[in-house]
Write a protein that binds this ligand. Sequence first.
Ligand code: C2E
Ligand code: CA
Ligand code: CA
Ligand code: CA
Length: 277
Amino acid sequence: LLPLGAFIAAFIIGMVVWLSRRRLSPLGELQIAVRKREFIVHYQPIVDLKTGRCVGAEALVRWKRPDGSLARPDLFIPLAEESGLITAITDQVIALVVFDLNSLLVADRSIHIAINLSAADVGTERVLPIIAKALQHTGIQPQQIWLEATERGFVDIEAARSALARARELGHAVAIDDFGTGYSSLSHLEGLPLDALKIDKAFIDTISTNSATSSVTPHIIDMAKTLKLTIVAEGVETQAQADYLVERGVEYGQGWLFAKPMPAAEFIAYCRRAEIR
Ligand code: C2E
Ligand code: CA
Ligand code: CA
Ligand code: CA
């Protein structure tokens, strides 16, 4: 009788847990995901366009749901940003990057990892001590951690300017992400504490084999060069695009032509392979 009672009790508890989880709103689910640390990071290689050498990667978060499926960031980052949960997710990404890639980054100082910051992370220095603490007791240097800020992060331009300047003082490189897709004008760029500019895929898409290339793309490249920014082309899918970018003097590229985002172990293997080539 006793085992049967225990079985029934366990069944009822199981049902209650299942029902409560099922009735959760998307925000409730995301809150649990943050608490249970259900996030993982995939890494998309960034390569030297001339040599194909792997110079680093962008850390791209994924939500590994209890059923084992991976949710893409577009599905939960907007809600995380609205609700303020994003800062906790940023912190988990920082910890995962260090955990996943410590040995690779110590073995090869020339490799950097770019971490995406949301507007909530760009307007304050909050994230900087968290990164510093994560790097403590590792051999990873601050120079190996790049920070990507989108134009949306520059709502309070003075706050962003001082936080990013502080990040650079600490040794990080700062990249402006999705450049050209936001509302900020080119004049905003001048005087911002930046090291790199990522040209959005939308502009790379306009580069085609038959010189019908958008007139904007070469201007973005020229402007980045005038400002002495390292250029990273995003969403490079064809050899023709890569050739065009090399011709124009763009240093780095990222895109399906080279590799899709991948789990840490695969990225480490990818980098080692690209080194030998
Ligand atoms: P993003 O920062 O612009 O990242 C680049 C996105 O383009 C990634 O999508 C990547 O998988 C995709 N991509 C790269 N190369 C190609 C290509 O050749 N073709 C195509 N079609 N797509 C390409 P993903 O991983 O789905 O990330 C989407 C966005 O989610 C990111 O856009 C970024 O804004 C945001 N995100 C990702 N991880 C984080 C994070 O840790 N924190 C924050 N705040 N946002 C993140
Ligand atoms: Ca990015
Ligand atoms: Ca981007
Ligand atoms: Ca983009």
